[in-house]
Design a protein around this ligand. Structure first.
Ligand SMILES: [Zn+2]
Ligand SMILES: [Zn+2]
Length: 241
């Protein structure tokens, strides 16, 4: 896909005309200098690529398997591992009671019905539940953490967005930020790759901070400060993992 306009590759920052063509149809320019750099991000980006997904950033609805897992763990408290969850003392059932008047069991079973009709709240609900499912996968403190590959990718991305205070896409600045963060999450989950490591240190992480300072501060200084603080402190730790 080519066009008059250019932009910076989301992975390495090189100026390029190449954009994700499905996302152009969604009305957002996401630049990738090469198929190789697009491939780095693809495991996450494929879930948020194209019309109905990319712009505004829309979390995919719960799958029947995810709904089943949530149903199994409906009343389990995530415990101390979820201290980063503001509501770590609560359960999936508690959070569903805030979101819907339906009985939580019936509500989750509705996701297992074949050809279920999507609703406008599907994305928000799915993200909220995946954050719980992420923390519920972690063992008690002082036990070894599970290998990253055992945590489903969307749980990981939802929990990241939550930890950085941007899981709910309510303002326009969040969508481009979430696409940038998806590069970061892809890197965390990818097999070791010196080129990707270099790109994250030299471009991806500084670009997220630059976006917060230059784009978000003027429109939402309070949110920018919160996200920046969480991102800078947590990614300093995450880099070693
Ligand atoms: Zn690139
Ligand atoms: Zn795309």
């Amino acid at each position: 896909m080519t066009s008059e306009s250019t932009g910076k590759c989301l992975v390495c920052g090189i100026e390029t005309k190449n954009r994700c063509s499905a996302c152009v149809r969604a009305g957002i320019d996401l630049f990738f200098c090469s198929p190789e750099h697009q491939k780095f991000v693809w495991p996450v980006h494929r879930c948020f690529c194209g019309p109905g997904k990319a712009n505004p950033w829309t979390w995919p609805a719960l799958t029947p398997d995810e709904a089943r897992e949530a149903l199994d763990k409906l009343h389990v408290k995530p415990g101390p591992s979820a201290i980063r969850l503001d509501t770590h003392h609560s359960t999936i059932a508690d959070s569903l009671r805030v979101i819907t008047d339906d009985n939580p069991e019936d509500f989750l079973r509705s996701y297992m019905i074949p050809n279920r009709k999507p609703t406008a709240d599907d994305g928000t609900i799915a993200c909220a539940i995946r954050i719980y499912l992420y923390f519920l996968r972690f063992p008690p403190p002082n036990s070894p953490p599970p290998p990253a590959a055992e945590i489903p990718l969307l749980y990981h991305v939802s929990a990241n967005a939550h930890m950085f205070n941007i899981s709910i896409d309510t303002e326009e600045w969040r969508t481009p930020l979430l696409h940038r963060l998806s590069v970061f999450a892809s890197w965390q989950r990818s097999p070791k790759n010196p080129e990707f490591d270099h790109a994250v240190t030299k471009y991806v992480r500084p670009d997220i901070i630059r976006y917060l300072d230059e784009v978000v501060i003027p429109v939402d200084p309070e949110a920018s400060r919160k996200v920046r603080q969480a991102f800078v402190s947590r990614t300093a730790v995450l880099r070693g993992s």
